[in-house]
Write a protein that binds this ligand. Structure first.
Ligand code: SAH
Length: 222
């Protein structure tokens, strides 16, 4: 049994390298320009963040189920949000809301930022911790809690990225943005858009961007 598994895994390793390269080409064609983001997307083994049965589809530009009625965002969305979050910046402290399977967390870690990530479902947070360990990315601070309240004890943040859709901007998050910091989040209900909200000296600057489809930001933790 073990003898049969080993060669398959090696084949899969080679396949995933080629398919990862193809994914990066597609991201470039779709308008992702930040080479740091493209490199991070290439480096993170996305197939480790989905169930084995879905691993062959891990590099397709689709969202996939990760259990508990949640999904891993499609690669283009992860790349786009990372690009918006870090445009013109190097390093810094980032708060992610909605850890899910930990894939976006992994991309942010590869981008060299300090990551704090909050997830309301304890079972998913455990899964994310395992996935990140398998990908050898262990230095994120993972927190089991309700992201509506942010993480005041670690604020202020240079950037906040939310990967579940809220009806309105959670006030606590605005209060935890550093000067010049930005919040990238999906907002809406049946119809959602990505929003870029920047804490400028003149006040909050809110810009509505692409239409998107995210699971809803829910209250409380489980
Ligand atoms: N970034 C994730 C996407 C996960 S989907 C990835 O790369 O896989 C969105 C996640 O947000 C889900 O896991 C969901 O449980 C979580 N979520 C929803 N409401 C939340 C809240 N109030 N606080 C923290 N996490 C929340």
């Amino acid at each position: 049994m073990a003898a049969r598994l080993t060669p398959q895994r090696q084949d899969y390793g080679m396949l995933s390298d080629r398919t990862r390269m193809r994914m990066v080409d597609r991201l470039r064609q779709a308008g992702i320009k930040d080479e740091r983001v493209l490199a991070a997307m290439y480096e993170v083994p996305r197939h480790l963040f989905v169930d084995q049965a879905l691993a062959t589809r891990a590099y397709d530009d689709v969202s996939l189920p990760i259990g508990h009625a949640q999904t891993i965002s499609q690669p283009l969305t992860v790349a786009r949000m990372s690009e918006l979050l870090l445009a013109g910046k190097h390093g810094g402290k980032i708060l992610e809301i909605g850890t899910g399977c930990g894939y976006q967390t992994a991309v942010l870690l590869k981008l060299g930022v300090d990551v704090f990530s909050i997830e309301r479902l304890g079972a998913l947070l455990d899964k994310a911790r395992q996935n990140l360990r398998a990908a050898r990315l262990v230095h994120a601070r993972l927190v089991h809690g309700d992201g509506h309240f942010g993480l005041p004890e670690a604020a202020p943040f240079d950037g906040i990225i939310m990967t579940a859709a809220a009806r309105a901007v959670p006030e606590a998050l605005i209060a935890q943005l550093a000067a010049g910091g930005r919040l990238i989040m999906p907002m809406g209900d049946a119809e959602q858009h990505l929003w870029h909200i920047e804490n400028t000296p003149q006040g909050l600057q809110k810009t509505r961007l692409d239409p998107v489809k995210f699971v809803p930001l829910l209250p409380g933790r489980n």
